[in-house]
Ligand binder design. Structure first.
Ligand SMILES: Nc1nc2c(ncn2[C@@H]2O[C@H](COP(=O)(O)OP(=O)(O)OP(=O)(O)O)[C@@H](O)[C@H]2O)c(=O)[nH]1
Ligand SMILES: [Zn+2]
Length: 342
């Protein structure tokens, strides 16, 4: 990985505009891997490692940082930002990857295919500010993959679905338009759907198909081995480990985008606080009665909005608690310093 220009690396005016008087002497670098105490980056002068100046969770693979050759002093605002609500009892928005043009949601033409889960992923992608693509792998294992394709495309006009055999290099070449000329494509989806296989077919390399496990103080966990890898077509690929749990938080806009059909109907309801239950003049109910909208889809929309609202609140509460704690620590420290100075 050497000799890339900034534009090969995905640099654009949007980032150049963020350079100010105080940062004009620093150099841009794109993160290809976030390690606990180190950021592995790509620059015009090749690969480097930088010392982070914020906690590791503040950086994501794909981010641009400005550096002095040693430290990552400033993180540039990304044009897209893939996050999720972290699993577990501590609620926070976990950054997964940044500056991705297209996010491919990978599922297979088998029992993994699931419309509610696709809707969930699509809301996530839409909130991230990236273009969604649905990849239906294992198309070689079914009689007719077009049925899966139709079901996926029916979810939203935002969806382009491609059915393919991930093990077939020629078939996977259909994805070249999304990973050439400095563009970044990310792959997300459950474990075993073929993300690593797609990556190997696209890049010609042989990435290990299993996640590495490591022990740390908090017990066993799967290493979050996300990295930005070059494709032979001039673009980039980010492979993310399989996500078991996919909770939404702060993604109301993404949900609205995926369920735009319902939102458009809701605008036409007689009452603007309509619950779409039994109110007169409800355009949503009318559409259901006319067979233009499925009750199940209405229910899924409601469920995601409810879940998003609850999770968003718990993330906000956690953040407030964290802030209150740092404030308390700061006050105590200042108090201690003053007492010492006296
Ligand atoms: N026949 C066929 N097999 C496939 C296809 N895609 C993936 N496979 C097989 O399915 C298995 C799982 O594929 P992986 O690429 O490891 O899946 P993954 O999404 O990377 O899984 P994680 O690393 O756990 O997230 C492998 O044995 C692949 O060879 C396909 O399109 N057709
Ligand atoms: Zn209504």
């Amino acid at each position: 990985m050497t000799n890339f220009t900034l534009s090969d690396l995905g640099w654009s005016d949007q980032f150049a505009r963020q350079i100010g008087e105080d940062t004009k002497d620093l150099h841009p670098a794109r993160i290809y891997e976030v390690q606990r105490d180190l950021l592995l980056v790509l620059t015009e002068d090749g690969q480097k490692s930088l010392i982070p100046t914020e906690s590791a969770g503040e950086y994501a693979v794909g981010d641009w940082v400005l550096n002095d050759g040693v430290k990552a002093l400033h993180r540039l605002e990304p044009f897209s930002n893939l996050t999720r609500k972290a699993a577990g009892h501590v609620s926070y928005q976990q950054r997964i990857a940044a500056n991705i043009d297209t996010i491919a949601i990978v599922t297979s033409c088998n029992a993994d295919f699931n419309v509610p889960r696709l809707e969930r992923y699509l809301a996530m992608v839409s909130s991230a500010g990236a273009m969604p693509l649905v990849l239906l792998t294992k198309a070689d294992r079914v009689e007719d993959a077009r049925d899966y394709q139709r079901q996926a495309e029916r979810i939203s006009p935002l969806v382009t679905a491609i059915a393919l055999n991930a093990t077939d290099v020629e078939d996977v070449a259909q994805l070249i338009p999304w990973c050439r000329g400095g563009q970044t494509l990310a792959l997300i989806g459950s474990s075993g759907v073929g993300k690593t296989t797609l990556r190997n077919s696209l890049t010609g390399e042989n990435a290990i198909t299993q996640d590495i496990r490591e022990d740390d103080a908090r017990g066993r966990h799967t290493t979050t081995h996300r990295s930005l890898v070059p494709t032979p077509y001039g673009g980039w690929l980010i492979d993310t480990p399989g996500m078991r749990e996919l909770q939404l938080a702060g993604m109301e806009d993404g949900i609205s985008a995926v369920f735009d059909d319902i939102e458009q109907l809701a605008i036409q309801c007689k009452f603007n606080n309509c619950d779409h239950e039994s109110e007169p003049g409800c355009a949503v109910r009318t559409a259901i009665e006319a067979g233009e909208l499925e009750t199940d889809r209405l229910e899924r929309w409601r469920k995601l909005l409810r879940e998003d609202a609850i999770n968003t609140e718990s993330v906000a509460r956690q953040r407030a608690r964290g802030k209150a704690f740092s404030k308390m620590v700061k006050k105590t420290m200042t108090g201690a310093k003053k007492r010492k100075g006296r």
